[in-house]
Design a protein around this ligand. Structure first.
Ligand SMILES: O=C(O)CCC(=O)C(=O)O
Length: 196
């Protein structure tokens, strides 16, 4: 939460975060699964969700957080990351949109590790070559509270079971509601104020 507060937005209030949980999926990939092709890098993700650095402050408009539930061994799977490609003003050349590009870096980590990266970065899922266990990982995406990239559509019953502040991660995507008040704060989830 501390990292997301720094690279997306400070809390809206004591009731609500300044960012949203924008998307979610799970990978459970076995030995030999080829993974996801390289994507992102340069301006590909579009201006609203762009990575920015202004006045020494990072803003990562579409942030990916990966929970690695199993150990990742370097070179045997995990995400490939092309450092610096999120700051480029040109698309990544086709010659490097390949999993074996020498521009990709990767990592090893114990189970329970978190990997943060901006979706503006060129990245890829490498083939899973670990015979001991699957690539088992939770992939969440986070945006500022007033932007939405992915269609989410979680059932109300799932969100309702969470503590109120966590529910605010799934609230409707808007900043101003002059119908209520020029200073209305959007910090609370409700059945009628939810992202779809
Ligand atoms: O499989 C991976 O590690 C990369 C996943 C990915 O490309 C994404 O979630 O945008």
């Amino acid at each position: 939460m501390g990292i997301l507060r720094q690279i997306l937005a400070a809390d809206a209030s004591v009731n609500g975060y300044g960012f949203r949980c924008d998307g979610h999926y799970i990978q459970n990939r076995g030995y030999g699964d080829p993974g996801i092709d390289p994507h992102g890098g340069g301006p590909a993700v579009g201006p609203i969700f762009a990575y920015q650095c202004k006045n020494r402050q990072i803003y990562s408009g579409l942030t990916r957080v990966v929970w690695e539930l199993n150990e990742v061994e370097r070179g045997n799977g995990g995400t490939l990351l092309m450092s610096g490609s999120h700051k480029a003003n040109w698309n990544v050349p086709d010659a490097h949109l390949k999993k074996d590009s020498w521009l990709f870096e990767t990592y090893a980590c114990p189970p329970g590790s978190l990997l943060f990266f901006t979706e503006n970065l060129c990245h890829s899922g490498s083939p899973w070559l670990n015979k001991k266990h699957n690539r088992l990982a939770v992939f969440n995406a986070y945006t500022a509270a007033d932007t939405q990239y992915h269609k989410l559509g979680w059932p109300h019953e799932v969100i309702e079971a969470m503590p109120p502040k966590r529910q605010s991660l799934f609230r409707g995507v808007w900043r101003a509601n002059f119908g209520v008040s020029p200073t209305a704060i959007n910090d609370t989830y409700s059945p009628t104020n939810r992202a779809l």
